[in-house]
Design a protein around this ligand. Structure first.
Ligand code: PMV
Length: 349
């Protein structure tokens, strides 16, 4: 392969071939339990959110300054031998890793990313954008992308975005169903619990990089307390995995609340997150916790089937700028198209 696109698409005017284009997709994720401690060796449980998709469009690029700006809400980057300085983004690093593996380091590719995932809200936007971008570039150059290569490329980008990335985001944004992730390996996890999940956006962006670094400092400062926290996290994740597969919603909710206490101890909760957790509890949720890196971002609540609308309303009344509901029933089927997370009414800050 010499880096040249292998396909041409013919426009209505058969004499004028359209430039080759590659397209790739991915989606958001939510972590049920195990964020942060997963960076330090525990397992974590996560599920995909296909209702928050990302689409990337790749075209052959040229080095030098970029001539156009992507539409609002979207972003655009050049990857490869661009001649551009500046800090590399996660998606760009992921694409450059793919080009390197394909022996195409001399290529320049122009990628537009259309991301419907709210950025910096713990929903995996950086990994999802990287996954969609690598798939688009593979499509452009007619490359067959196996799951391990795709994961590795996204992980390269995630190391830039998180400082030190466990791989949970890269796994979950590429997964078709809920996963139990442990030390680089994801396996599907069965769900029989009869409950719904409500995700509430605090409206506050949180930096994963800063949160991961802060947790590392907290753990390093007190190794004995670190061992206790990681041991307790391991217990909670293990019991939650069993509760999920054996259908114990109340116990799962209690594990989420206990895990939230650990995350607060690690310093990544905020008064706004705490207020949303309390609001979800007061509205009858089995449990609630932050999801993702924290320092802002989103809260995840587990509710009895049918009570999600009341919990969503309580979360919005307590300051959430928007909420989404995911039915556990939709998570039971691994097919991406059957995993539904529906946006609830939006409010604006
Ligand atoms: O907030 P997010 O979507 O970037 O989630 C990060 C999950 C962490 O456990 C905090 C970091 C990691 O790499 O596992």
């Amino acid at each position: 392969m010499n880096g040249q696109p292998v396909r041409e698409r013919v426009s209505d005017d058969a004499a004028a071939p359209e430039p080759a284009v590659g397209v790739g997709h991915s989606h958001a994720k939510a972590i049920l339990l195990g964020e942060h401690t997963v960076v330090h060796g525990t397992a974590a449980i996560a599920f995909p959110l296909p209702a928050l998709p990302v689409r990337a469009i790749a075209r052959p690029g040229r080095s030098g300054p970029r001539a156009e700006v992507a539409a609002e809400g979207h972003f655009r980057f050049l990857a490869g031998e661009t001649g551009e300085a500046g800090p590399p983004s996660g998606p760009r690093v992921a694409v450059e890793e793919a080009l390197r593996r394909w022996g195409m380091t001399g290529a320049v590719v122009d990628v537009v990313v259309e991301c419907d995932i709210p950025l910096a809200r713990g929903l995996g936007s950086s990994a999802a954008c990287a996954g969609a971008a690598v798939r688009a570039v593979a499509d452009l150059y007619g490359r067959v992308l196996d799951a391990a290569t795709l994961y590795d490329c996204v992980q390269c980008g995630e190391q830039v975005a998180h400082g030190r990335a466990s791989g949970i985001d890269a796994s979950a944004v590429l997964a078709n169903g809920p996963i139990l992730f442990h030390q680089g390996t994801a396996r599907p996890i069965g769900i029989t619990v009869a409950a719904d999940l409500v995700i509430a956006d605090t409206g506050v962006p949180g930096s994963t990089h800063e949160a991961v670094a802060g947790v590392r400092r907290t753990l390093d400062a007190d190794p004995r307390s670190a061992r206790r926290v990681l041991h307790r996290a391991t217990e909670l994740i293990g019991s939650a995995a069993a509760d999920l597969t054996e259908g114990r919603a109340a116990e799962l909710g209690a594990a989420m609340l206990d895990f939230q206490d650990l995350l607060a101890e690690l310093g990544v909760s905020t008064p706004r997150i705490d207020a949303l957790v309390t609001a979800a509890r007061d509205a009858g949720a089995f449990g609630a916790k932050l999801t993702g890196a924290g320092f802002g971002g989103c809260v995840l609540a587990l509710t009895a089937t049918g009570t999600a609308p009341a919990v969503s309303a309580a979360l919005r009344a307590a300051g959430a700028v928007r909420t989404w509901t995911v039915t556990a029933r939709s998570l039971r089927s691994p097919a991406p198209s059957s995993t539904a997370s529906t946006p609830d009414r939006e409010t604006h800050p």
